[in-house]
Design a protein around this ligand. Structure first.
Ligand code: SF4
Ligand code: SF4
Length: 495
């Protein structure tokens, strides 16, 4: 049977034309009160009713589970990681410093953040051209947390049919217990999520200690409550409505699709005429296709659409309907793949990297990755900023010579050593009056106010260039011939 997707053929006028995506068919609002009292407060027209997702097993479900575990594990573990007794990742907004795995970034390093965002958008566009909305279906935090919350719901209230039954039945202690346990677990997950998220901006251990001692700053309290509520509402109540009505990505993905983009699709030629039948029934007489019209693909769909109606903007390409249909095909003794990731041509083997757009975006993304890595790893780990004191007089004449004042800032962005010596390189005998040894731990800044002096007989010109250099010091001894940072300045003498 052909793998072609007639709907996409109709939508594609010519190669490279973005595919138009069909809007989800309008469903009459469900009588939610018939199913549940929980969602009555969302009874706006746009509200599509509560979705009772059926559990399914299969390749895509396993893939999503593994990806979700990995992402959740990373998200919850990273704020606890320490490198040299300092947090591995901390976006310290108050101190305006971002610590990322031993490196410290300052507001002046914002270019790295911008490059990272540009790179991420290139990668997202490239991924969308190749595998549609796989980001939405497998890695988006909204999807990951929603699946976690659905898993909790399933454990507390039972499978799809049990949940429908529970919502229909009148309140009793059993219903109260099941509902309460679900909401308590949802709230616990939301609290842990909020603490972890805020822990990326405010060290997590002090955050917990301050909570225990009731000493939390009011801003920390606000953000914790904000994220508890946000997680609980988004993953527990709003779920697919965030994707349908709030996420802008769903709206503009159509312009990125090409004829070779892999999307979850139903093989209409193979599946139609759909109809119920017994296992091993002779289909030829009835003219039936392979779809047994069991609607399992709809029951497992987290956004409550029927993929057999064609591609729809609501579809997040999670592949659950493909898993569910494969199970049905297996039971019926038919070939799997009636619903699968497929492109318009059906030639999936050449689909992935064989379009100019994808090749271009892949090359650009790789170049950006290389440039980003190079600029991050080749940046100076120590910087020095010298400001000549211009507030008062240009120079001071003393018995010992002529003096200028300077403010020197040494910023340790990630150097392993923390002790340094400040020196001057110049063509005359300048000397530093004031502290020359500095202690600047990683991620810190030290500011010195000092004077530079020259004897009157050594002065060669009115304005002399002088260079401030910073050398590392190990075990109290300056490491010769190693300059970690330098900055040019000038020395003014009487004319
Ligand atoms: S799961 Fe497969 S067989 Fe069942 S209705 Fe959906 S497409 Fe048809
Ligand atoms: S139609 Fe299939 S792939 Fe799309 S969201 Fe529903 S279950 Fe996921």
């Amino acid at each position: 049977m052909s793998d072609k997707i007639p709907l996409l053929n109709v939508l594609h006028a010519r190669a490279g034309t973005p595919i138009a995506i069909k809007m989800a068919p309008k469903k009459p609002p469900r009588k939610s009160s018939k199913f549940s009292n929980e969602h009555n407060f969302f009874s706006a027209d746009a509200y599509r009713g509560k979705i009772y997702t059926k559990k399914t097993r299969g390749y895509f479900q396993r893939l999503r589970k593994n990806i979700s575990f990995l992402l959740l594990g990373l998200f919850f573990a990273v704020p606890w990681l320490q490198i040299n007794s300092a947090p591995a990742v901390l976006f310290d907004l108050r101190a305006q410093k971002f610590h990322v795995f031993g490196m410290t970034f300052w507001p002046q390093d914002a270019v790295f953040l911008v490059s990272m965002l540009v790179l991420a958008s290139f990668l997202l566009v490239a991924a969308t051209i190749v595998i549609g909305r796989a980001w939405c279906g497998f890695t988006c935090p909204q999807t990951v947390w929603t699946f976690l919350f659905i898993w909790v719901e399933d454990k507390c209230e039972g499978d799809r049919n049990q949940r429908i039954k529970l919502d229909k039945q009148s309140w009793n202690w059993q219903k109260v217990g099941r509902k309460a346990s679900k909401h308590i677990l949802w709230l616990l997950i939301s609290i842990v999520t909020a603490y972890t998220f805020v822990g990326y901006f405010y060290q997590i251990k002090p955050l917990i200690l301050e909570t225990a001692n009731a000493q939390l700053h009011y801003l920390a309290v606000f953000w914790l409550m904000f994220f508890v509520l946000g997680t609980y509402l988004n993953a527990g109540w709003l779920r697919e409505k965030v994707c349908l009505h709030m996420c802008p990505y769903a709206r503009f993905q159509a312009v990125m699709y090409t004829k070779k983009t892999l999307v979850v699709s139903y093989d209409r030629e193979r599946g139609e005429q759909r109809g119920k039948r017994k296992v091993n029934a002779d289909l030829s007489a009835k003219g039936l296709g392979d779809c047994v019209d069991c609607s399992v693909c709809v029951q497992v769909c987290p956004v409550d659409i029927d993929i057999r109606d064609g591609m729809q903007y609501a579809c997040i390409d999670c592949g659950l309907c493909a898993d569910a249909c494969d199970t049905v095909m297996d039971k019926m003794g038919y070939q799997k793949g009636l619903i699968k990731f497929s492109n318009e041509s059906g030639d999936n083997s050449k689909a992935l990297f064989n379009t100019p757009k994808v090749i271009f975006l892949t090359v650009i993304s790789l170049l950006c990755c290389l440039m980003f890595a190079y600029s991050v790893f080749s940046r100076d780990l120590l910087s020095i900023d010298v400001i000549r004191d211009r507030s008062g007089i240009l120079y001071r004449v003393t018995e010992l010579g002529v003096e200028n004042s300077y403010t020197v800032k040494v910023n340790n962005k990630g150097a392993q050593v923390s002790k340094f010596k400040l020196e001057i390189v110049a063509d005359s005998a300048f000397e530093i009056i004031g502290p020359q040894l500095l202690q600047v731990p990683r991620g810190e800044v030290d500011t010195l106010t000092l004077r530079v002096r020259i004897k009157e007989q050594d002065i060669q010109r009115y304005k002399s260039p002088i260079k401030f250099i910073v050398k590392p010091v190990a075990n109290g001894v300056e490491i010769k011939n190693t300059v970690m940072a330098s900055q040019l300045s000038s020395f003014i003498a009487p004319r």
